[in-house]
Design a binder for this molecule. Structure first.
Ligand SMILES: [Zn+2]
Length: 201
């Protein structure tokens, strides 16, 4: 996964976002099939905002752009100071598929943010908070939540196997035994979970 620290020129100075105040990660789509982060930045400037409103932006090639980062965003009215907004390039009201690399990058970022936002309550679509169809009717929210649950199961299984001395490099397996995304990863991930379940008996 490629992470790019965005170099956006904001019109006003941004206000830091306190990670302890983040209750929700709010998911968006760009509502455009093709949109570079720079394009989104200029659209939001023309709305009269300081600049790109999302905290992060993920393009269809799976590149993660840190936009506002840990500064208060402008992506969900009334919720910006207690949420972190991640936007995906694409129009998922008309495009039925989120590209796999983009999906995987989002899941990776959600795993990372879940571990650092200690008071997180939920990962929610923009439409839960404001009157909008964002992030689109085809946005795979359920699949994203399933992938996060599986990642969590795998993580605790790797812990069990590490404690039993079966795995010596848990970081390697965390990174490479992704459940359900690749044939190879699925095999390794499922095997690890089955072994851990046996050991737990
Ligand atoms: Zn939105």
């Amino acid at each position: 996964m490629k992470i790019v620290q965005g170099n956006f020129k904001f019109k006003n100075s941004l206000i830091p976002l306190n990670p302890d105040n983040v209750k929700y990660i709010i998911l968006h789509h760009a509502d455009a099939k093709k949109a570079t982060p720079e394009a989104v930045h200029s659209w939001h400037l023309s709305n009269g905002w300081a600049g790109i409103g999302y905290n992060e932006y993920i393009t269809k090639d799976g590149t993660v752009y840190i936009a506002r980062g840990d500064n208060i965003g402008a992506h969900s009215a009334n919720n910006n100071s207690k949420s972190y907004g991640i936007c995906l390039e694409g129009d998922y009201d008309t495009e039925p598929e989120v590209p796999l690399v983009q999906f995987e990058a989002l899941v990776e970022r959600l795993k990372y943010h879940k571990s650092r936002f200690k008071n997180l309550v939920g990962i929610e679509p923009h439409s839960k908070f404001n009157t909008t169809s964002c992030p689109g009717k085809y946005f795979p929210l359920q699949k994203i939540k399933e992938a996060l649950n599986k990642a969590h199961d795998l993580e605790s299984a790797i812990d069990v196997l590490t404690k039993h001395g079966i795995i010596n490099s848990p970081e390697y397996w965390q990174e490479n035994a992704v459940v359900g995304e690749t044939v190879k990863g699925e095999f390794a991930g499922s095997l690890i979970i089955k072994m851990a379940n046996e050991l737990r008996k």
